[in-house]
Design a protein around this ligand. Structure first.
Ligand code: FES
Ligand code: FES
Length: 168
């Protein structure tokens, strides 16, 4: 089967990207595969590749999306933010890195799920900057952590919200 050539223009982490089908990717390629394999943004992980784990979460125009469930073609005209696009002093990144309270532990053990959780938390906190613990748990319920760091991840998200508030 042949496809008419299509151009996709998107912005990834503030950089304009132009991709052509045929030359750069196949029309059936997911956004996750193009971000990782073509553009080198390997922070996002593809664990299940079927929308069930959240490891591939990125922000699309500020909203958390599962990049394994979108075609790269669907990202045409949109802004994508991956974990690589966050600064070191991002409040969510800092809160996840600092998380170690007694009784909760670390928010990242092996770290495989962390980029997905950080991006999911970022998207959620854009929408709800002052959440309750229950709201955090609900918002992050689509992300899986094999290491079981859920209580600490929820705490880190609450701490990120507090940092955002402090910074205005
Ligand atoms: S890899 Fe996308 S949801 Fe699991
Ligand atoms: S920290 Fe290992 S999967 Fe979450």
């Amino acid at each position: 089967m042949t496809f008419a050539e299509q151009t996709v223009r998107l912005v990834v982490n503030d950089s304009a990207v132009v991709l052509e089908t045929g030359r750069d990717f196949h029309p059936s390629d997911t956004l996750a595969s193009v971000l990782r394999d073509r553009l080198g943004y390997t922070g996002l992980k593809v664990a299940c590749d079927q929308g069930a784990c959240g490891a591939c979460t990125v922000l699309l125009d500020g909203r958390a999306v599962l990049s394994c469930m979108m075609l790269a073609l669907e990202a045409d005209g949109h802004e994508v933010l991956t974990i690589e696009g966050l600064p070191e002093d991002d409040p969510v990144v800092q809160a996840f890195a600092e998380q170690c309270e007694p009784g909760y532990g670390t928010a990242m053990q092996c770290g495989f799920c962390t980029p997905g959780f950080v991006m999911a938390a970022k998207g959620f906190l854009f929408e709800n900057p002052d959440p309750t613990l229950e709201e955090v748990k609900e918002a992050l319920s689509g992300n899986i952590c094999r290491c079981g760091c859920y209580p600490a991840i929820a705490q880190a998200t609450l701490h990120a919200a507090a940092k955002m508030k402090e910074r205005g």
